[in-house]
Design a protein around this ligand. Structure first.
Ligand code: MN
Length: 218
């Protein structure tokens, strides 16, 4: 029996729609620029190869909780994303709607100076995520959208992805031993933009449980 110096942090997890069990999260990989129009708005050209970054598992915000508004940014952005969940079989066993919160100003500085993205992407409470739906993706061409205070900001379709979720998983395995409990944020359609403290965010993928939260105070 391991004797801990202090109690280990709880295992981050997602609720599962219609099930009593929770999905234990091991780590979070994210894809950059996986929708052509968003890649263009971020300055990329052609069909870019997928690239990955990570968020810590404890960046998740779940069960209807509201994320704190992070410090050290004047340009916090929303990115609605389809999230896929890897099961014990090593394949995608479930799906959720996530929001890749991004300190866009810090990311721009990191890009220009060749610095890592951790402070831009992997900060505390940077990964709000809705409940997991197990099984096949209900509709691979489903609408994906995000509204802020009722106004549509992002609107696209899952089949606008440059790399499908299964292709993203294949690409991720080139670099990591992807295992049960891993989540992959599969990228965002165009229309990313700023959030203010108190903004009400609704993120949707047709056929999945929606993600809804209110940004905390600064
Ligand atoms: Mn993203």
């Amino acid at each position: 029996m391991t004797q801990w110096l202090f109690p280990p942090a709880p295992t981050p997890s997602l609720p599962i729609a219609g099930r009593p069990e929770r999905f234990p999260v091991r780590r979070i990989l994210c894809v950059g620029q996986n929708y052509a129009a968003h890649a263009r708005e971020m300055g990329a050209d052609g069909r870019p190869a997928p690239f990955f970054f990570a968020k810590p598992a404890d960046a998740l915000v779940t069960d209807g909780a509201n994320p704190a508004f992070p410090g050290e940014t004047e340009n916090l952005h929303h990115e609605v994303e389809l999230v896929c969940a890897i099961g014990e079989s090593g394949v995608i066993v479930g799906w959720a709607v996530g929001c890749d919160l991004t300190r866009r100003d810090i990311q721009a500085e990191a890009k220009s100076k060749g610095r890592p993205w951790d402070a831009a992407k992997g900060f505390d409470q940077s990964a709000p995520c809705g409940p997991l739906t197990l099984g096949d993706l209900p509709d691979p061409a489903a609408a994906i959208a995000l509204t802020v205070n009722g106004e549509t900001r992002q609107s696209g379709r899952l089949d606008d992805m440059i790399w499908s979720p299964q292709e993203v998983l294949v690409q991720a395995r080139r670099f990591w031993d992807v295992q049960a409990g891993d989540l992959i944020f599969t990228g965002t359609p165009e229309g990313v933009g700023p959030l203010q403290p108190g903004d009400r965010v609704e993120a949707l993928v047709a056929g999945l449980s929606p993600l809804s939260f209110r940004m905390g105070a600064r």
